[in-house]
Design a protein around this ligand. Sequence first.
Ligand code: GLY
Length: 355
Amino acid sequence: MSDFKSISVRTSPAYTVTIGPGLLRSCGTGLRETLSPCHMAVITDSTVAPLYLETVRGSLAAAGFSVSTFVFPAGEGSKNFKTLSAVLEFLAERRLTRTDCVAALGGGVTGDMAGFAAAVYLRGIRCVQLPTTLLSAVDSSVGGKTAIDLAAGKNLAGAFLQPAAVLCDTDCLASLPADVFADGAAEAIKTGVLCDEGLFSLFEGSALAADPPEIIARCVSYKAGVVERDEREQGERKLLNLGHTVGHAIEKCSGYAVPHGHAVAAGLAVIARAAESLGWAEEPVAARIAACLSQNGLPTATEYGAEALAAAASADKKRAGGDITLVVPRRIGCCELKKVPLSRLLPVIRAGWEG
Ligand code: GLY
C-alpha cells in the first residue's frame, strides 16, 4: 500500500494535498507535477530554517527551480506588517514575477504570513504550502486563509489565496516538541467535535498512540469539503471557528504568548461548558471534551477573566454589526452556528468560564 495520501480540494483554483513521509526531500519533483520551473521564494522562520531549509532548497534547485530564501524570527509576534513588508520588499528585490511562486515552509504563522505576501505581491502570485507542524498540517495550510495580526486583534488583515499545492511531510512531526504537537492536537480534536466522533475518540487515549497521517487525512478531507462548499466563509465554513472566538481573545489578552492551539483548546472548553449550562447542548459534552484536551497536554481554563475575554472577542472577525456568530457543540461530532447579540457574549463566556 502506498505511504502517501492525496486529497483533492476543488476550489478556485483546485489543488492537491499530499500527505506522507519524505515529501520535503522530494519537494522539487513533487512541485514540478503542478508548476513549471520558476523562481521560488521560500519563506520560513528561525526555528524551521536550520531543520529543513537546505533540504528544500536543494530539492527545488535539483528540479530546475531558481530559489531565494527569506528567514524571519519564529513566533506569532512576527505575524505583523513589519515582517510582511520585509517579505514583500524581498520578493521585489529578487524580482519575482507573476509566473513565480512563494513557498511557505513551516507552521501556521509562516503559512499565514507567506500566503498573505503572495496574495498581495503584484496583486497576487502563486503560493505552495509546506507545513511542518501538526497544526499547519491538519488546518492552516489548507483552505486559503492568509493573514497578519493587527494591534486590535488576531488575523484582522488578510486575504483568501488557495495554494497551488500542499505537500505535508509527516517525517517533520517526529521532531516536534510536545507542546507544539499538542497545538495541532487541539485543532484535530476540534475537527472531531465538529464532525467525527471516531476521530475525537482517537485522542481520548493518547494522541501519541494515534496515527498522525490518518489524523491529518481525516481533518483535511473534512476541511476540503467545507471549503469547497463555502470558500469565502459565508456560512458553513464558520463552523471551523469552533473554540476560536474565546481562543483568539486569549491569544490577544496574552500578547500572543499563549500559542494558538492552546488558546483554541481553552476556548473550546469554555464554549462546551457554556453550551451545556445554557441548554444548547443535546447531551453532556463539557467533561468529555475537557478530559480529552487534558489527556493531550492542553488547557481547559484561562487566567484571563470573562470581561477581558468578551472585550477582546468583540473586535473579532466573527462579529457582524451588533451580532457575533458562535460555534456551539450539540454533541461530539455535531455543532451548530448560533448568532447572538454582542451584548450576550459576556454572559455566554461567564457561563463557560473557569480559571
Ligand atoms: N482555520 C479555519 C478556516 O480555515 O476556516
